[in-house]
Write a protein that binds this ligand. Sequence first.
Ligand code: HEC
Ligand code: HEC
Ligand code: HEC
Ligand code: HEC
Ligand code: HEC
Ligand code: HEC
Ligand code: HEC
Length: 199
Amino acid sequence: MLVVFAWGAAWGAAPFSHRIHLQQNLECVQCHTAAARSTKVEDNLLPDRQVCRGCHEEAAIPAPPSTRLSKFSHSLHLRMGNVAPFLASAIDHQDYLQPPGDIRPHLNTRNPCQACHRGLEESDQVTRAALPQMADCLVCHTQIEAPFSCEDCHAKDAPLKPANHVPRFMNDHSTGKLNLDKTTCALCHGRAFTCMGCH
Ligand code: HEC
Ligand code: HEC
Ligand code: HEC
Ligand code: HEC
Ligand code: HEC
Ligand code: HEC
Ligand code: HEC
């Protein structure tokens, strides 16, 4: 099928719908041609405009999304095959360190890309929900020790402390007055933290 659109000012503003395009039986890698070989976060994995020209006369490709990661290799992780069953199992066994939201049903996928990029077949506009969250990574990267383990994925001097970690937090956290929810600490401190021997 060949659909040809002349994109004037009105078309230029149309959001990109993965739902519509996946219904055309297009594979992720037909558009995101650079993804499978990418070894660096800095690589631009969005499609080249040329890819759209088979069906559209004009196409606008935005800038790639920002990320707080400094290291990630698509190539290395895709060589492991489909990681969705690992993530699904962590959620089922309550080992997943963040609220999983609505991602669990999407993890029955056979598409290795959709293990980390979920819900696109229903998406009419790209949002950050299409990107993996930190707990996905920690299913396999299980060593958690702030601040050292953070540098495996984030830049060395990245500001990663939550806003409540003000200078007095070390003293205040033990008073019981802060009403801290222990389960929210696990993402960055693990579940079995000893924290300098006090716990
Ligand atoms: C017809 C081409 C096409 C196909 C097929 C396609 N994409 Fe995309 N994808 C795009 C375009 C264009 C954008 C940029 C859209 C935007 O930012 O508005 C994009 C953006 C993305 C993003 C960035 C999300 C963000 O937060 O900015 C991810 C991740 C992604 N696609 C993954 C996938 C996966 C996984 C598949 C297969 C299930 C897929 N795409 C199939 C064209 C495509
Ligand atoms: C295989 C053909 C095909 C390719 C390749 C393709 N598209 Fe489309 N595109 C379609 C079809 C079909 C529609 C839906 C037309 C409709 O329903 O009105 C569409 C609609 C759109 C729309 C309007 C979306 C909406 O909500 O109505 C945008 C924007 C768009 N495409 C962008 C792109 C971009 C950007 C690329 C390249 C990354 C691309 N398309 C590649 C077939 C294609
Ligand atoms: C193990 C998880 C994982 C898998 C599997 C995975 N990705 Fe990603 N993807 C990420 C992460 C993390 C980011 C954000 C960091 C980055 O840009 O490298 C990302 C970013 C992206 C982006 C937007 C980034 C940009 O800079 O342009 C696209 C597009 C994308 N991935 C496509 C794909 C496609 C296509 C596949 C399958 C061939 C795939 N991904 C498989 C984790 C994954
Ligand atoms: C299914 C298990 C699994 C998942 C999920 C996973 N990784 Fe990995 N990752 C590995 C393995 C195995 C290696 C290779 C051994 C090593 O270096 O630890 C690796 C290596 C890495 C490396 C070092 C690679 C290099 O180039 O030096 C980084 C950085 C990384 N992963 C980031 C991430 C991020 C970010 C995510 C989440 C978006 C993620 N990983 C999700 C298993 C996983
Ligand atoms: C194995 C990889 C990995 C490790 C190790 C890691 N993170 Fe992350 N982190 C991620 C990913 C993936 C995201 C989502 C980032 C994005 O797309 O911008 C993230 C996001 C974050 C965010 C932003 C959360 C938000 O909702 O905006 C903070 C803060 C953060 N990490 C702190 C830490 C701290 C502190 C450590 C060390 C204890 C750490 N991270 C270790 C992968 C990792
Ligand atoms: C100097 C000793 C000390 C250190 C170091 C310390 N804590 Fe605590 N923490 C305490 C004391 C004392 C309490 C109150 C009694 C209790 O619940 O064990 C407490 C309470 C807590 C609570 C429960 C708070 C509440 O309001 O119910 C959490 C969660 C916690 N600490 C996490 C941590 C984490 C994570 C670290 C490391 C990053 C850490 N602590 C480091 C002494 C310490
Ligand atoms: C988004 C990640 C993140 C979350 C969530 C988080 N912390 Fe931290 N926390 C850090 C980082 C990063 C440090 C700094 C470690 C260092 O530099 O030694 C830290 C340090 C601490 C310290 C040492 C004092 C300080 O301010 O440096 C305590 C105590 C602490 N955290 C307790 C907690 C408790 C209790 C929770 C849950 C209520 C929690 N943290 C949740 C990232 C996090």
